[in-house]
Design a protein around this ligand. Structure first.
Ligand SMILES: *Cc1c(COP(=O)(O)O)cnc(C)c1O
Length: 357
């Protein structure tokens, strides 16, 4: 059998294995922060009809400029955003990779504040960018003065700030972004994959007058659309133009564009369960201490908690009970997605049964 090491792969990839959260076929999936409520049936029917209506035209390439989708996204977000300020790709993963292909690259650096989204160093490697990380405070918060000091020291070409942060759920004030922007010599990318679950306003409101700022968002989490793969970015129109330098031809399929435009017509219905998810998140935070665990504050749709004697053992014991959560590899911690009330009950009940010593 041919092994990876038998192939002439890039030197910097040698010895590495592909990244990916485990996908297990268990009844209760609380591991990748999806919206577990799904899509209302009547909305699903309308999206299906919209997709069906474009199928006859798929002998042609899609609209390379995804014009209608950009208008739909701008209208959905409001805040005076113009379609020219909107970019989109197949998940915010692709958006962020494109961003680094343009603004980072060989001889350039990407600065992040860890622990944070584990893809950031991987995008850096894939784009030949040097990854520089600065640790967060012990409670995973990030103070403006610490962030600015790191930016001044490292002079990064791109700073990435996840708000709320993944995997910790930590909020980040707009004052920190303003301060980082002031100090940064290059681009500042704010990753708002979980913004819909946060009490804080979006960094979109900081965009006017800040051409080096970009905000990425996604339809994968609150919007219950992870399987469609649609992420987007808001920035100065010149930033969107810069991303056109690296996008592959016709990167957003006709089906993706039709499905996303249709879903945005039903935005309130797609987002209807955000409050219910927030309730379950706050319930998990409230109930974990009685089970001997220490949850961290969360502004997202998941809870990061400490006090886990052996994360791998607890993870496995929960899988044995039909529940998958996430072991992100940080000692004595685990992360759980807030789903439906029934799923939360099942998770808390199972966790109470699992020995933790
Ligand atoms: C889930 C996630 C994303 C991207 O998800 P896509 O499905 O590619 O849009 C980006 N950033 C963070 C922090 C995430 O947790």
């Amino acid at each position: 059998m041919t092994e990876l090491s038998d192939l002439p792969i890039r030197d910097d990839f040698s010895g590495l294995s592909p990244y990916g959260a485990p996908q297990l076929d268990v009844p209760i999936q609380l591991n990748v922060n999806e919206n577990n409520f799904g899509i209302p049936a009547e909305v699903a029917r309308d999206i299906a009809a919209s997709v069906a209506s474009v199928i006859e035209g798929v002998n042609r390439y899609p609209d390379r400029e995804f014009t209608q989708l950009r208008s739909s996204l701008a209208a959905f977000l409001g805040q005076g955003l113009q379609p020219e300020q909107v970019w989109a790709a197949n998940g915010s993963n692709e958006v962020i990779q494109q961003f680094l292909q343009v603004f980072a690259g060989p001889g350039r650096t990407l600065l992040g504040f860890t622990p944070s989204y584990s893809m950031y160093p991987l995008y850096a490697r894939g784009t030949f960018t040097t990854w520089v990380s600065e640790p967060r405070a012990a409670d995973f918060t990030l103070r403006a003065s610490d962030a600015v000091a790191a930016v001044e020291r490292e002079q990064p070409d791109v700073v990435v700030l996840a708000r709320p942060n993944n995997p910790t759920g930590t909020a980040l004030g707009l004052d920190v972004i303003e301060a980082v922007y002031q100090a940064a010599p290059g681009m500042v990318l704010v990753d708002e994959a979980y913004q819909e679950f946060s009490r804080l306003p979006s960094a979109i409101e900081l965009l006017p007058g800040r051409p080096r700022l970009a905000v990425s968002r996604t339809m994968s989490k609150a919007f219950a659309f992870a399987g469609i793969r649609l992420g987007y970015l808001l920035a100065d129109p010149a930033v969107a133009d810069a991303l056109r330098l690296v996008r592959l031809p016709y990167h957003l399929s006709t089906i993706t564009q039709a499905a996303a435009v249709a879903a945005l017509r039903h935005a309130p219905a797609m987002l209807a369960n955000v409050d219910a998810i927030i309730q379950q998140r706050d319930r998990i935070i409230r109930e974990l201490p009685a089970l001997g665990y220490t949850p961290y504050p969360s502004e997202s749709n998941f809870v990061f908690f400490g006090g886990v004697a052996d994360p791998h053992r607890t993870f496995t014991a929960l899988v044995d009970r039909g529940i998958i959560i996430r072991d992100v590899g940080i000692p004595h911690t685990l992360r759980v997605t807030a789903g439906t009330a029934e799923e939360t009950t099942a998770f808390l009940t199972a966790l109470a049964e699992v020995p933790n010593n």
